[in-house]
Design a protein around this ligand. Sequence first.
Ligand code: IPE
Ligand code: IPE
Ligand code: MG
Length: 234
Amino acid sequence: MDRQLDLKNIPRHVAVIMDGNGRWAKERGQIRLQGHLAGMEALREIVRHSQRLGVEYLTVYAFSTENWKRPADEVSGIFKLVVKYVNSELKELNDNNVRVRILGDWSAVPKDSADSIRLALKTTENNDGLKFNIALNYGGRAEITRAVNKLISEGRTNVTEDDISGALYTAGMPDPDVIIRTSGENRLSNFLIWQAAYSEIVLTDVYWPDFTPEEYERCIIEYQGRDRRFGGHK
Ligand code: IPE
Ligand code: IPE
Ligand code: MG
């Protein structure tokens, strides 16, 4: 019998590498930005479904520090979608008590996107429902380097693992229980490389725009079948 979703064992922190927008569009003879737009629509449903399931933290990889290598029109199109996303989703997110945070150096993003981000952060800052983290201009190595520099600037000459964890963008959050990657790729691509130390990795061939709540549940069921040992044994 197929495993059923266990609502008593929902991961506290789900992280998602939303990949495959470009290939999704190509298969349909559309431009890559159409794929990013469709991906944004998929994200709306996954945020809603995370709330239904009782996920506490949802972290999504929206734009990496390496994605600046892409053509300028694709990059500017993605940042315009950030504005569009905030315009269309912020009210619902706030009504549902969602707390939005950005992981990454968003001071480097175009001004209209930065303005939208500022509004989203400010509007939701006192919410205590789903913690929705958007990794934007995010890279794991940049994050760790920034954390170490922060500790150095505080005069530290010796640091613990907890010090580093506490200086990351994810300070105070649990590490992801599961990292889902869509589109059939088998790598982390610089996502949460410190925090992923004991995360379960769930891979699916589905392109991100086709990632439905049903596929999301299937990934969580796969996670629930894993034996998490954290280096110990029973
Ligand atoms: C993921 O989709 C979105 C971003 C990286 C911004 P891609 O744009 O990487 O899609 P593929 O991997 O080329 O299909
Ligand atoms: C990872 O996907 C980044 C995001 C999903 C935002 P990429 O498409 O950039 O990763 P690579 O280049 O295939 O490793
Ligand atoms: Mg990709």
